[in-house]
Design a binder for this molecule. Structure first.
Ligand SMILES: NC(=O)c1ccc[n+]([C@@H]2O[C@H](COP(=O)([O-])OP(=O)(O)OC[C@H]3O[C@@H](n4cnc5c(N)ncnc54)[C@H](OP(=O)(O)O)[C@@H]3O)[C@@H](O)[C@H]2O)c1
Length: 321
């Protein structure tokens, strides 16, 4: 494995050789951001020759094989990097699998010489909820801290991109906006792009977020407001609908917890501290995702979405302290 020489590095910008674990997953877009900012990226996947990796290779990432079930492969992938970006695998492996994978990663990073870790967990994971999904994330965070790894934990609330989860697509196609809480309740949500922008800041500026666990949210729309936004954007009526008891027990427990804790983050303090992240309002996010939303809902094609907003921070400008 090799990284570009020093002339690719950004002066004074902190760690620059980054392993992205789960680079083909939902947070794999961090590879694009890091490469665009001049960092060298090792993009890890179980199948470096697989179809999902051609795009990453074309961008300039160095593809490596790593399996969260195989600590030795994780340690080999992480050897020699300055920082590691990772999240869980709950949707693919369930809470038990996610816990095992996250703990394998933490153990492997010790073997690899303890590079800095930026780990995406979940808001509320530290709250002893009894929810398996949250408990798994907390167990991983605990292992990271027991091993004294230099780490930043980013804990996002509900993702705006959950709209694209496979189990929501039938509803979207039927003109229904599925919502995990009652339609009139504001629910804090986060745009993936904002998670990644903060993660880039944590990688570039370890002095800013070292040792922190930070819960984040972008906006807090009601589903009624979100449905109105989508209706205007796609030129088709969307009606918000809460599934009530009509979901599997695990999801019902999560939705019930969200209903009791819809807004855990002090967003004015968070956004004031990190103005460079460019926190998305739901409407901004939806406009950027217009083509994907149209496709997911089976709505007639619309003109191209505007490109994603660039990460704006540079040097010390990404945070206000
Ligand atoms: N806050 C929210 O609303 C929210 C919403 C959705 C998800 N999440 C969280 O986001 C995290 C990631 O989402 P996700 O679970 O859908 O995963 P994902 O990011 O889509 O995929 C995980 C990645 O891990 C890689 N991987 C390596 N070894 C693996 C193994 N042994 N088993 C499975 N994957 C392996 C896979 O890449 P290869 O196949 O290329 O190896 C895959 O790309 C989860 O922790 C989930 O809970 C949060």
């Amino acid at each position: 494995m090799s990284f570009p020489d020093d002339h690719h590095r950004i002066a004074g910008a902190g760690p620059r050789r980054v392993l992205v674990a789960g680079a083909t997953g939902r947070f794999g877009g961090i590879t694009d951001l890091l490469l665009a900012r001049g960092h060298a990226v090792r993009a890890a996947t179980r199948d470096p020759a697989g179809p999902a990796t051609a795009r990453l290779a074309a961008l300039g990432a160095d593809l490596v094989r790593a399996d969260f079930e195989d600590p030795a492969s994780l340690a080999a992938a992480a050897r020699g990097v300055d920082a590691v970006f990772a999240s869980g695998t709950a949707h693919k492996a369930g809470p038990d699998g996610e816990q095992r994978h996250g703990q394998n990663l933490a153990d492997a990073l010790v073997t690899a010489g303890a590079p800095r870790l930026v780990f995406v967990s979940g808001a509320g994971a530290d709250s002893r909820t009894g929810l398996p999904l949250f408990d798994a994330k907390w167990a991983i965070e605990q292992r990271i801290s027991e091993l004294r790894l230099p780490a930043t934990v980013i804990a996002p609330v509900y993702l705006m991109e959950n709209l694209f989860n496979p189990w929501n697509l039938a509803a979207l196609r039927a003109g229904v906006l599925p919502c995990p809480v009652p339609p009139t309740l504001p629910l804090q949500q986060v745009a993936t792009q904002d998670i990644l922008a903060l993660a880039v800041l944590a990688i570039e500026r370890p002095d800013v977020l070292a040792g922190e666990r930070i819960e984040i949210a972008s906006d807090a729309p009601t589903a009624e407001a979100a449905a109105a936004e989508l209706s205007g954007l796609l030129g088709r009526e969307f009606t918000p609908r809460h599934p009530g008891a009509d979901v599997p027990p695990g999801l019902a427990a999560l939705f019930s917890w969200l209903e009791r804790h819809p807004s855990p983050v002090d967003t004015s303090a968070l956004h004031g501290r990190f103005p460079g992240v460019g926190w998305h309002r739901f409407g901004d996010w939806a406009r950027q995702q217009r083509a994907r939303l149209a496709e997911a809902s089976g709505t007639a094609p619309v003109s191209a979405s505007p490109p994603p907003r660039p990460v704006r921070f540079g040097g010390a400008g990404g945070c206000s302290r």
